[in-house]
Design a protein around this ligand. Sequence first.
Ligand code: ATP
Ligand code: MG
Length: 158
Amino acid sequence: EWIEMDDILTSAIKKVSLKATEKKIAILLQPSHDHPMIYVDAIRLEQIMINLIENAIRYSEPETNVDVYIQVHRNRLKVFIKDQGMGIPKEDIPFIFERFYRVEKSRSRASGGTGLGLAIVKNLVELLGGEIELNSASGEGTLFTLSFSIDQKVRADK
Ligand code: ATP
Ligand code: MG
């Protein structure tokens, strides 16, 4: 269906708000009201956002922020999820979307999780015809960028 990215993000943030509050992490959604709607499956899109924001919370220290913002570039709507957490070492980045892959097993085991989240995210993003990228370095936080075509519906109808 046609969705408003703001609404999806607001709903995803609400669903992880308890985890964020427990860790004193503020999830800051930058308001953006002038972006176009896109045509995607709302449930799957929300699942992607929940997974990424949950990771941002889990792999950050208390009292840090997670910034979430939307931008339009040419014919694409982009969502940025940026944390101030531990980051992902360069050598792990190529494997990070693989099932069960986790950085430094001991560190990860202590923080719960199974290593499936990003594999699911990658699959869902592909299913929705979107793209996902990440920029990260050890100790420097992580930025996930999602992008979706604004004319997706138009193309799908051709
Ligand atoms: P699950 O999501 O299944 O509960 P998980 O969070 O360990 O478990 P993924 O979401 O697939 O699994 O993430 C894989 C690994 O990537 C994590 O274990 C963690 O080491 C690293 N990672 C993911 N997101 C971040 C992030 N925002 N900052 C730092 N490391 C991250
Ligand atoms: Mg995860």
